[in-house]
Write a protein that binds this ligand. Structure first.
Ligand SMILES: [Mn+2]
Length: 327
């Protein structure tokens, strides 16, 4: 994205009430890119409020937000949002199941995920790179905007987590932006956060996944038979994929309203996690999608029941549907 194009975003937002919305239950990349964009806009004299639906699940991310500190729109502010207010979505796109449709007008989108549902934005920057933080970092460089240590820290943490420390879905742009951020960020803080990212409660989810793992050649399935937050299911999926015997894995948790999925592919050029999740879950009236390396999905109990499959067969049918798509 060149300076002239980025200026169009500034012009568009000028003199409007602006919200920067991340996907629901934001992760480090969503928070980093939202905060980075907010401070970039501020330098242009554009005030904005950060908002999201859901909550921040990981204690490690909560502490980084507290230390920097990053402020979010209050509940009242979101409640008072009008249809004339502008929303810029970051690290997520309108109409996706993981981005709740708020009253404001989704005028712009900056994201690094493949598009599932097309949408007309007045400003759109969707590029498949390792993290959304990468795109925001480039905005600073292109527009010659000075970057504070706090912004660099939030962006670098997002970039590191989304690319699994520069080993997943990485492009040259990610590497260039990494080197820029690394010189400005509080690396000591990131080191501390990275080395205390597990919580005692997490072990229950890991334990359940280990106990329930089913292997079909190099495809692993594991259900966590209780309600488990998104970020934790994702961590368990990374953990199972790390097994030498596993090239592709499907991990899901039994939530209050349905099954929440996290899918990983170790051979994304052969098995695309985003496409396979989308196709397999669609056959059960569910939704899914994402990157070739990592994706997610959801199957509501209501929709699952409509398929006529009885509850004690759900696990078997899920495995069958994914194995069909995997060939
Ligand atoms: Mn991301």
């Amino acid at each position: 994205m060149k300076k002239e194009e980025i200026s169009k975003l500034f012009e568009l937002l000028q003199n409007h009430k602006v919200y920067v919305q991340t996907h629901n239950f934001p992760d480090p990349d969503a928070i980093g890119s939202a905060y980075g964009l907010q401070q970039l806009l501020k330098y242009q004299g554009i005030e904005s409020h950060l908002c999201y639906v859901g909550n921040i699940e990981r204690i490690s991310l909560q502490s980084i937000i507290k230390i920097l500190p990053i402020k979010f729109a209050s509940y009242d502010q979101i409640m008072n949002m009008s249809e004339d207010d502008y929303i810029v979505t970051v690290d997520g796109q309108k109409h996706n199941t993981n981005l709740t449709d708020l009253p404001g007008n989704e005028i712009a989108c900056i994201d690094h995920h493949p598009t599932v549902f097309e949408c007309d934005y007045q400003y759109k920057d969707i590029r498949i790179v390792g993290s959304c933080s990468t795109l925001i970092t480039q905005y600073y460089i292109e527009t010659n905007t000075p970057m504070s240590e706090d912004v660099a820290t939030a962006l670098l943490y997002g970039l590191q987590v989304d690319t699994d420390n520069l080993t997943r879905g990485v492009t040259m742009l990610d590497i260039e932006m990494f080197s820029y951020l690394y010189q400005k960020a509080n690396n000591q803080l990131i080191y501390q956060i990275n080395n205390s990212s597990m919580e005692l409660n997490d072990l229950k989810a890991y334990g359940a996944a280990i106990e329930n793992i089913h292997l079909y050649d190099s495809v692993g399935f594991a259900c966590i038979p209780f309600d488990c937050p998104d970020a934790l299911i994702a961590m368990v999926a990374d953990f199972i994929l790390a097994l030498q015997e596993v090239n592709f894995c499907v991990i899901y948790s039994y939530r209050k309203n349905g099954l929440k999925f996290s899918i990983r592919s170790g051979i994304p050029n052969v098995l695309d996690a985003g496409i396979i999740a989308h196709k397999a879950l669609a056959t059960l009236n569910g939704s899914g999608g994402g990157h070739s390396t990592m994706s997610g999905g959801f199957l509501s109990y209501e929709e699952l029941k409509k398929t006529g499959i009885t509850e004690d067969h759900w696990d078997g049918v899920i495995e069958e549907k994914f194995l069909n798509e995997l060939g």
